[in-house]
Design a protein around this ligand. Sequence first.
Ligand code: F0G
Length: 358
Amino acid sequence: AHLWRGVLREYADRLGVTDASTVVTLGEGGTPLLPAPALSRRTGADVWVKYEGMNPTGSFKDRGMTVALSRAVEQGAKAVICASTGNTSASAAAYAAHAGITAAVLVPEGKIAMGKLSQAVAHDGRLIQVRGNFDDCLEIARELAANYPVHLVNSVNPDRIEGQKTAAYEIVEVLGDAPDFHFIPVGNAGNYTAYTRGYREEAERGASTRLPRMFGFQAEGSAPIVRGEVVTSPETVASAIRIGNPASWHLALQARDATNGWFGAIDDTRILAAQKLLAAEVGIFVEPASAISVAGLLDRAEAGIIPAGARIVLTVTGHGLKDPQWALRNADGSEVHPMVVDADTHEVAEVLALSRTE
Ligand code: F0G
């Protein structure tokens, strides 16, 4: 069996890694690419899911963080800093812990999921809640990195994009070519940019014959790219992508134009319905922001723009356990109350409507 060694070692030649390079890794990448028959049936397409919640800290951020932390340590950094809606801070804190340096993480107060908050704390990140939104946090992080000895590890750091593009390498390797469409959630649009770069490199080296059309999705209440203007008070249940002024906005528009791509907005009700569908019918539990890929696919299929049999990959970016509260609500918003019974076999059989085998 081949033991996966993390993206920097697996793709050493393509990421400029040599025996002399510093490598800070937790074994990220090499995530499952799974067929989703329930989604294929619904859309008439051939649908696959890239399951990024299977990374070490539960999100795709780890692919970029291994590169960013490795380069930071190589350059002698003693501290890294990031702004985050939660996943970047969890990842930065974990990789900094592994490297033995400090991670300072700025998050919008009260607006990040409990799982992510607990990760930053567990890994001993210097967690600071800011009275403001993600965009405020990013501005502060950038100013601090420019004027103090702290190394910025947000996706405005090109090392992050370099690492994240490896997901596209893996997809082409498994499918034998690039898909026709790629669906992905969009916050800062760093990952959208990274996949486009990865797919382009694959085509350039002859590993694939095409660039997928890159379809990115923002939450209805946080959709600056779709609207074409900054959103000053972004709102959505998908807290990971509650971003009003995306850092990679310009790059994302270039990537869209180069791939005949598209940006769309999806409301929270449809995001949560898609989260439920993916968990209940495909067996993959993701956080709300990730479910927007699924909601986006259903939306575009309904709009009639998905050709029959088209090969489609959806990236689901973060694990459902990061933000479990939404799964514990019914579609009407009421709380789920799992049934309670006495410790009695007959009662359980009755509740399950089981009839005795002969
Ligand atoms: N999905 C999840 C689960 C995320 O955490 C993020 C971004 C995105 C999608 C969007 O990716 O920003 O590259 O367009 N999370 C960042 C964070 C902002 O701080 O964790 P993007």
